[in-house]
Design a protein around this ligand. Structure first.
Ligand code: HEM
Length: 427
């Protein structure tokens, strides 16, 4: 007998709050204890939390794939879980009219926009960028050397390196880095008092206003660059997007800005967090560091494990366009489904010994890049830049350890370590 018409499995309130609350993601061990309970006892269950649209939590790897694959039923358009008050303010503030991102699009639009740059992001096309990226990586290893053996890896290296790489592929000048850094941190760090504009916990009204300001500033900045590349195209990503055609018409400014901002913001924080998460893990697992140093062919495995371990995109929410069955449960039209990537990446049915950081996984098919139609466009670039960084760092790294307690960003969306104090010796 199927469970189709039975009452929906309910996610207990305390567990639902943990999934929703941005603060949970700053307390990673406690988060994972709760996610393990959710996977075991409530693998696909519905939550009704005060102030939120009803949402299901897809905690197991297979369910995340099932939902992400069914992109014509489970629609994109929402980022992470937000309460209704915050969404209302964002709506009133007109965020949707200022910014349209490919991540939030559905078919048929989504594929048309994705195809504009899909080939550009393929490894064959990225190969010629390798020397330029290696030069940026070397400068950051030098920066570590200049810091004299003790620093915060995040503020010294991790936030800068991927940002400069993304800026180089977009074709924007390097001197604008401080401004770009501020914007990406404010965009994703809206819930983190150290990163947002008010430096205090924002009200929903302030959060919407801050987001508006950040997007307005980013739009203004990219508009000038986009106009320039329409007049003088080069091979960079802005030139590809600015001169592209959708349904026989030049791409609109709104859509072009959305593309640049998505690439800049999504390509920066994610890779930055994964690199910092990898360094943090190596400090705590010196035997894995020794393996990678002894055998550089393990560096791609180090990259994949660092991304699985850190899973910098904590969730994406989909909305059911129709009633649909998942794991014997009927998700009703209008319900939300949270794709809980950190949980999928610790799924005991898929990963042997999921809570160990190890480079010898025979196949590390983690789900940190998502799955299905929206699977990360920049994944080959992210892997390449992390590989190059470790290739430059490891031969020079004589020792490394934590020099204090690392801290994580308060966010249920995109983030990871916000400080990783390290002590090290470079040769
Ligand atoms: C370790 C680094 C990264 C991780 C973990 C990551 C993760 C993800 C995930 C989970 C998605 C799927 C969103 C969804 O299902 O709705 C995504 C989409 C996307 N990512 Fe990444 N990302 C990374 C790096 C990058 C980089 C370097 C870029 C570009 C410079 C990039 C650009 C994009 C874009 C444009 C999309 C939207 C694709 C679509 O909607 O079709 N990402 N990423």
């Amino acid at each position: 007998m199927t469970q189709t018409m039975t009452k929906a499995a309910e996610l207990p309130q305390d567990l639902a709050k943990i999934v929703a609350d941005p603060r949970s993601y700053a307390d990673w061990d406690r988060l994972h204890q709760s996610l393990a309970v959710i996977r075991k006892d409530h693998p696909f269950a519905r939550a009704e939390l005060d102030g939120y649209n009803p949402f299901w939590v897809a905690s197991r790897y297979d369910d995340i794939q099932t939902v992400a694959r069914s992109n014509n039923v489970f629609l994109s358009g929402l980022g992470s879980l937000e309460d209704n008050a915050t969404l209302d303010f964002a709506k009133k503030a007109g965020i949707g009219q200022m910014f349209r991102s490919i991540v939030a699009m559905n078919e048929p639009d989504h594929m048309k926009y994705r195809l504009l740059t899909q080939a550009w992001f393929q490894p064959k096309n990225l190969k010629p960028l390798e020397d330029g990226i290696r030069a940026i990586a070397r400068r950051h290893v030098e920066r570590l050397a200049a810091a004299g053996g003790e620093c915060d890896f995040v503020s010294e290296v991790a936030v800068h390196y991927p940002l400069l790489v993304v800026m180089s592929i977009l074709g924007v000048p390097e001197e604008d880095e401080p401004m770009m850094l501020r914007l990406t941190q404010q965009y994703f760090g809206n819930n983190d008092d150290d990163l947002n504009r008010t430096r205090e916990k924002p009200t929903p009204e302030q959060a919407a206003a801050m987001l508006r300001e950040v997007i307005a500033e980013a739009n203004g900045y990219f508009q000038k660059i986009s106009d320039d590349r329409r007049r003088h195209p080069t091979g960079d990503l802005v030139s590809v997007v600015a001169n592209s055609v959708i349904d026989g018409e030049p791409i609109s400014d709104l859509d072009a800005m959305g593309y640049y901002i998505t690439a800049a913001f999504a390509g920066h924080d994610t890779t930055s967090s994964s690199t910092a998460g990898g360094i943090w893990a190596l400090c705590e697992h010196p035997e894995q560091l020794a393996k990678a140093k002894a055998d550089p062919s393990l560096i791609p495995a180090l990259v994949e494990e660092s991304i699985r371990w850190t899973t910098p995109i904590h969730q994406f929410v989909r909305m059911a366009a129709a009633d649909h069955e998942v794991r014997g449960q009927t998700v009703r039209k209008g319900d939300w489904v949270v794709l809980c990537f950190p949980s999928g990446n610790r799924d005991e049915d898929v990963f042997e010994d999921p809570f160990s950081f190890r480079l010898d996984r025979p196949s590390n098919r983690h789900i940190a890049f998502g799955y299905g139609a929206h699977m990360c466009l920049g994944m080959h670039l992210a892997r390449m830049e992390m590989r190059i960084f470790f290739e430059e760092l490891l031969p020079r790294l004589d020792s490394i350890e934590l020099a204090g307690e690392p801290r994580r960003t308060v966010t249920n969306f995109v983030g990871g370590p916000k400080s990783v104090p390290i002590r090290y010796r470079l040769v």
